[in-house]
Design a protein around this ligand. Structure first.
Ligand SMILES: Nc1ncnc2c1ncn2[C@@H]1O[C@H](COP(=O)(O)OP(=O)(O)OP(=O)(O)O)[C@@H](O)[C@H]1O
Ligand SMILES: [Mg+2]
Length: 264
């Protein structure tokens, strides 16, 4: 029987998802994907028919893979199309964790950062989530304070989970000759533990196909080893690409993440 969201209490509606209380279980909530796509702190906004379904698939396959790898996430299951069941947050940590392997996007504005520079170890920026403030970057000690004030044990836990998630997904995409360039994740507190929450979809990362088989990624700059023109991610939208091409790239991502279940 289909879920009746009309009869459910809406807890929260954001740019890309609606959260409903689960009438049968106070510990979980339903997360319903929308067809909306936004960029530039919501300044750019469109509706792409079919986006909710493709995001839902990508999100499902990535979270199922992370759960299988033992990462602590909020994801429980996907009871029907466009709907995920997740553990309800006790407290939200109002942060975005942006992790980078390869320099692209906003970091290129910093000094003389060259596109394609490779970071090893990974670098992570933590931003305070606030669109009108344009998500300012936070100092480590302030983040420690924020996480502690939410009642979680340790901020360092979040850092550890964050690096691990990046490395797991970087390795998974590499099996399909794609580089995970960078990624944005969110965390919350569930049962006192720092837990990976929210969504991981085409808007969460940059994905650049390899320029050829077996690229040499052990270099200062890997731009020539990759093919950014064939990017699969939301940059297509940010750069003014047509909505059809955005959707077809998102479909391509979902086709790849669908194969994560075949990975060890
Ligand atoms: N496990 C969870 N329990 C409760 N709420 C959650 C959970 N995971 C994510 N959310 C919340 O769902 C809301 C809707 O998500 P959406 O991504 O659409 O919001 P948004 O417009 O991007 O706003 P935000 O900047 O808060 O993410 C967000 O406030 C997000 O924090
Ligand atoms: Mg969001």
């Amino acid at each position: 029987m289909a879920l009746d969201f009309q009869a459910m209490r809406k807890i929260n509606e954001g740019k890309t998802k609606i959260i409903y209380a689960n009438p049968d279980d106070p510990q979980t909530v339903y997360m319903v994907f929308k067809d909306d796509i936004t960029a530039g702190d919501g300044v750019q906004h469109d509706i792409i028919e079919g986006k909710a379904r493709v995001d839902w698939r990508t999100n499902r396959d990535i979270f199922e893979y992370l759960n299988r790898k033992g990462v602590l996430t909020h994801y429980v299951g996907s009871p029907e199309e466009k709907v995920s069941l997740v553990r309800k947050l006790d407290r939200k940590i109002n942060l975005e964790a942006v992790t980078r392997r390869v320099a692209a996007g906003s970091i290129l504005k910093w000094g003389d950062m060259a596109e394609g520079k490779r970071f090893d170890p990974l670098i992570t920026q933590f931003h305070y989530k606030d669109d009108p403030l344009h998500d300012p970057m936070l100092d480590e000690s302030y983040i420690r304070f924020m996480v502690h004030s939410k009642g979680a044990r340790e901020y360092s836990e979040m850092r550890k989970i964050n690096d691990r998630v990046f490395e797991i997904l970087e390795e998974a995409f590499s099996r399909f000759n794609i580089q995970l360039v960078d990624m944005k994740l969110e965390y919350g507190i569930i049962d006192g533990e720092v837990t990976l929450i929210d969504e991981i979809t085409g808007g969460s990362f940059r994905l650049w196909p390899y320029a050829r088989k077996n690229p040499d990624l052990n270099q200062e700059n890997v731009l020539a080893e990759l093919d950014p023109a064939a990017r699969l991610d939301k940059d297509i939208y940010r750069m003014g690409g047509g909505l059809d091409s955005v959707q077809s790239k998102f479909e391509a991502i979902a086709e790849i993440t669908a194969q994560f279940k075949t990975l060890p």
